[in-house]
Design a protein around this ligand. Structure first.
Ligand code: AMP
Length: 220
């Protein structure tokens, strides 16, 4: 079972992917988290991708596709995975289709989380993220309610360097020109499920699970 979660930066892909992965007992693979980990560790991959990420542009396809294909081949993905942040353009989508086909597998569903652009900018400009578990908090200016620790795991909260106003605008432009065409690509394949991403986290998760059930993708 392979599910892709699509949506603009700030749509809530990471949070929703984690919730759905827990519910369906699937591995959660977030390309942005994998890149950020590499940058934090300062390893070879991190050094290669850091500048692209700080500018808000996409990391070259060769690097990204290689990293994801390796991750998808890990034992915890043998029953499937939720892919969050990948694919980000048509070349990556086609590479994924081909790689899965070689293993007699395919993308089953693509969840598209829809959020209006003004709301995306509002969310991203006040975003704080836990360094350990990646839980996002919203608080323009200062850390949420004067705290600097995650209420779930106690990890340190920080602001992503690519959440600066200028970089946010760039990331949204990149999303609309390179990633948004995937909506049509998967709609034509009959795999797209759209869900309204506005409202509380739990409400959006419930909407997504209900959309998956209606299409008999999950039966519980
Ligand atoms: P995200 O956490 O998904 O917002 O990703 C943060 C940054 O990581 C992006 O702005 C890109 O620079 C890079 N990145 C993440 N996923 C991909 C991808 N599939 N293709 C290329 N670059 C990516």
């Amino acid at each position: 079972m392979y599910i892709i979660i699509l949506g603009a930066p700030g749509a809530g892909k990471g949070t929703q992917a984690a919730n759905i992965a827990r519910e369906l007992k699937l591995a959660h693979i977030a390309s942005g988290d994998l890149f950020r980990q590499a940058v934090e560790q300062g390893d070879e991959l991190g050094t290669r991708v850091k500048d692209y990420m700080n500018k808000g542009v996409l990391v070259p396809d060769e690097i990204t596709i290689h990293m994801i294909m390796e991750r998808v081949s890990a034992p915890d993905c043998r029953y499937g995975a939720i892919l969050d942040g990948f694919p980000r353009n048509l070349k990556q989508a086609k590479a994924l289709d081909e790689a899965l086909k070689k293993q007699n597998k395919a993308v089953d569903r693509v969840l598209y989380i829809e959020v209006p652009e003004e709301e995306l900018i509002r969310r991203l400009s006040g975003r704080w993220v836990c360094r350990s578990c990646q839980t996002p908090y919203h608080s323009p200016g200062s850390p949420p309610e004067g705290r600097d620790k995650c209420e779930l795991c106690g990890g340190q909260l920080y602001q992503r360097p690519d959440d600066k106003a200028e970089t946010v605008k760039k990331r949204l432009r990149v999303y609309f020109s390179e990633t948004a065409p995937l909506i049509e690509y998967y709609r034509r394949q009959g795999k797209l499920l759209a869900a309204n991403g506005e409202g509380g986290v739990d409400i959006v998760t419930a909407r997504i699970l209900s959309a998956l059930r209606k299409r008999e993708f999950i039966t519980k």
